[in-house]
Design a protein around this ligand. Structure first.
Ligand code: HEM
Length: 382
């Protein structure tokens, strides 16, 4: 089992949820075409994610705050940045997100096809994130175009193309931060300015660090929220019982748990990388120092050793082992914000409609490696 590692695995063009479902029963770990060691099972992913000493986050040559940091530097950055995601810090944004969602659903057609990943997910994510950060609405088209380019570059697997897309995004961020930098005292009183005035270990963040933080707060997240919305709409259309139950009115805790469980079954945030700091023995194999290891969240979230029927919707039973937001020191700091945004989007979608169903005669399209979830979720809002 673990000592047989298939060669020449190439996930290109495959739906990674289906592909890892095929691999996981026979393999704890596989090597992909890049030579990365991909951990497929829940226990192994948890072990590596929880052990930041042996599995380092320093996987990129680019500065990534806090993602690419280890040890004390990582702890210090998280101590500062996690304060932006407390319930208290997020509470003022709830009515703002709700207004954005209401306007969006009011503008969408009834009876015609709505494509949930773009028309709902991407539009809502860009507007909500811009409102949260205090970014002007005229950046919306740039951010939407960037999201599409980013997905295309990720899909191409061409690192030089992803580097161009990353630098395009930095330019968008710089166009927002540079004018504030010239007179920070007079800058608009919003979250971006607050971050620029903030300190880590008693010193202000450098401009490079600010850009990196904002990139991680928006770049990675806009696409994830859009993909999550696509998965949620597809699930509601496929599961009338769950849709009916949520329409009957459930409290926030029950709705949040339902959303987390849908995302566990079909986790569009596929994986993260680590680099071994020493020779390690994990998933039954010896991996050398300096090797790249992938923690496959989507696969681990469907491991039958933990979730006996991975497709069964059972929020109460499965919450404890759900890995949608990761685990260990790098666990997602943005979870409370993502949870709030997704809750508001689903609540307002249900309030603005009598039913959400698949658009007749149209096909949903899955995303393929290295993107997760759906590319297209054509639905009809009634
Ligand atoms: C849609 C929902 C989201 C999902 C499924 C998600 C998932 C994850 C996961 C699995 C990790 C762990 C990464 C690792 O261990 O290497 C992570 C980390 C992270 N997430 Fe999220 N996330 C989401 C939304 C957000 C939002 C809204 C933000 C911020 C605005 C955010 C910011 C971050 C950052 C900065 C990290 C790195 C933390 C660190 O390295 O210490 N995420 N996220």
């Amino acid at each position: 089992m673990s000592d047989h590692i298939p060669d020449e695995l190439d996930p290109s063009g495959r739906d990674l949820r289906a592909y890892t479902d095929e691999l996981r029963p026979d393999h704890r770990v596989v090597r992909n075409a890049r030579g990365e060691w991909v951990l497929l099972r829940h226990a192994d992913v948890v072990e590596a994610a929880s052990d930041a000493e042996r599995f380092s986050n320093a996987v990129s040559q680019h500065l990534q705050v806090p993602n690419g940091l280890d040890g004390d530097a990582h702890r210090a950055a998280r101590a500062t940045l996690d304060r932006y995601f407390t319930d208290e810090a997020l509470a003022p944004f709830e009515p703002v997100f709700r207004g954005i969602a209401r306007d969006l659903f009011a503008s969408l057609p009834r009876g015609g096809t709505v494509e949930a990943v773009h028309d709902v997910g991407a539009m809502f994510a860009v507007r909500a994130q811009s409102a949260w950060l205090g970014w002007p609405a005229d950046h919306e088209p740039h951010l939407l175009a960037w999201m599409a380019d980013n997905h295309a570059a990720t899909r191409s697997g061409d690192r030089s193309r992803t580097a161009v897309v990353a630098s395009d995004f930095d330019a968008i961020i710089r166009s927002i931060t540079d004018p504030r930098r010239t007179d920070l005292d007079a800058a608009p009183d919003d979250l971006t300015t607050q971050l620029m005035r903030d300190t880590v270990e008693g010193r202000p963040f450098t401009d490079e660090e600010i850009v990196s933080i904002l990139r991680n707060w928006t770049g990675g997240d806009l696409g994830s929220i859009a993909l999550c919305v696509g998965v949620l709409f597809a699930f509601l259309a496929d599961n009338p019982d769950v849709q009916r139950r949520l329409r009957a009115g459930v409290g926030n805790a029950e709705l949040d748990a339902a959303i987390d469980e849908v995302l566990r079954i079909d986790d569009p945030f596929l994986s993260n990388r680590r680099k071994t700091t020493c020779p390690v023995h994990v998933a039954g194999v010896d991996i050398p120092e300096g090797a790249h290891v992938k923690l496959h969240w989507t696969s681990a979230n469907r491991d039958a050793a933990v979730f006996s029927d991975p497709d069964a919707f059972d929020p109460a039973a499965n919450a404890e082992h759900n890995l949608v937001y990761g685990i260990g020191p790098h666990v997602c700091p943005g979870r409370p914000l993502a949870t709030l945004e997704l809750r508001v989007a689903v609540q307002e979608a249900l309030a603005a409609t009598e039913w959400i169903d698949w658009a007749p005669g149209e096909q949903a399209e899955r995303e393929v490696a290295p993107v997760g979830g759906y590319a297209r979720v054509p639905v009809v809002l009634t």
